[in-house]
Design a protein around this ligand. Structure first.
Ligand code: ZN
Ligand code: ZN
Length: 361
């Protein structure tokens, strides 16, 4: 990964905000800037030299992973060590340090302030690294393509094991086992498997419910490869679908494809949502579409931009977003279809390879 290029982009943002450094406390941001994937550590990122503060559990890991930052192994709380460093740095001139206010607890902020004292000024600087992370570089895209492909492959394999009477958790276990065996670090989030009436719950985690003889079944899951998340949803039908269920599925598929087609550079994020929603309005199903159309994805499962009503943020070349409209009809069931889509000047590129034909099991 090109950590040098990433940090250089950050220095530009720091300059715009007249900050001397950014204290990075959100772990995915730490990983993005210097490669450290441990579960405890903070990065003091500065054009004059970045430093990762972590503890003795990560001595070896930090040495192996971290690039473009010095590593300091500390016995005290990492933030106390950072504070002391800043106290020294600010002994000559005042220092302006950005803090990730959305990723710093009140207690940690107090600890930091007490250790720094002196002439360090802490300024709210949320979302700076997240801003950089929105567009993916070629190495990231390689991993994300591979993660999306892996998710699709295990889905197509595991789907053959679905039959009435099997419990949702068993299918979730099969997906997760297959993902691990294929080299995934884990799942992007708690796997959603929802059969029959439960498919009408947009965020139903796999439960001990058994798959009924007839009805929709929604799978929403993702795998993590080298830190990068995939995210996909497919809906299948157990038993023969009646005409109304077929129509429901066709409408969601049409909405999803309209949303995908709206994914292009310079489109507003809200335009993608509108494109999908308009199709469902035409089919008189919009009132059953109760969430937003999609989100960015990468080191985290939910990143910017948000593809929701009224979002004016412009899509850019290199962003990876999901397009996932759904309808949820209580009593009948739900349908959701989700792909990961790469924004390119040449048009939307769908990274999820699994078929979207209505599969009848
Ligand atoms: Zn999903
Ligand atoms: Zn999603």
């Amino acid at each position: 990964m090109d950590y040098r290029a990433r940090q250089k982009r950050l220095w530009q943002l720091l300059e715009e905000k007249r900050l001397d450094s950014l204290l990075v406390t959100h772990l995915p941001n730490v990983r993005y800037l210097c490669g450290f994937s441990g579960s405890a550590g903070v990065l003091l990122a500065s054009p004059s030299g970045s430093t990762l503060f972590t503890d003795g559990r990560y001595t070896q890991q930090a040495r192996a992973e971290v690039e473009r930052a010095r590593v300091v192994i500390t016995r005290k709380a990492a933030l106390a060590a950072v504070g002391e460093r800043l106290r020294r740095d600010s002994s000559r001139a005042s220092v302006r340090v950005g803090i990730e206010t959305e990723h710093l607890t009140v207690g940690a902020r107090a600890l930091l302030g007490a250790a720094a004292r002196g002439r360090t000024r802490f300024l709210a600087a949320s979302g700076m690294v997240e801003q950089l992370r929105r567009t993916k570089d070629s190495e990231e895209l390689k991993l994300m393509r591979a993660a999306a492909r892996l998710g699709s492959q295990i889905f197509e394999r595991v789907i053959r094991k679905v039959r009435p009477g099997i419990r949702e958790v068993e299918i979730a276990a099969e997906l997760e086992f297959a993902a691990r065996r294929a080299g995934a670090e884990g799942m992007s989030f708690a796997t959603i498997v929802a059969a029959g009436p439960r498919s009408a719950l947009p965020h139903a985690r796999a439960s001990v419910q058994r798959v009924p003889r007839r009805g929709f079944m929604v799978f929403d899951f993702g795998v993590i490869l080298d830190g990068y998340c995939s995210d996909m949803t497919r809906t299948v039908h157990v038993g023969r679908p009646d005409p109304r269920s077929r129509a429901l599925y066709a409408a969601v598929l049409e909405a999803q494809e309209a949303g995908v087609q709206a994914v292009r550079p310079q489109a507003a994020a809200g335009d993608v949502d509108r494109a999908a929603r308009e199709v469902l309005e035409r089919h008189k199903l919009a009132r059953y579409f109760t969430h937003s159309t999609g989100h960015g994805v990468g080191l985290e499962i939910h990143e910017g931009p948000r593809l929701a009503k009224g979002q004016s943020e412009k899509l850019r070349d290199g962003m990876v977003v999901t397009v996932e409209p759904g309808v949820y009809v209580s009593g009948r069931g739900g349908v959701r279809i989700e792909d990961m889509v790469l924004v390119t000047a040449g048009g939307p590129q769908i990274l999820t390879t699994a078929s979207k034909e209505l599969l009848t099991l």
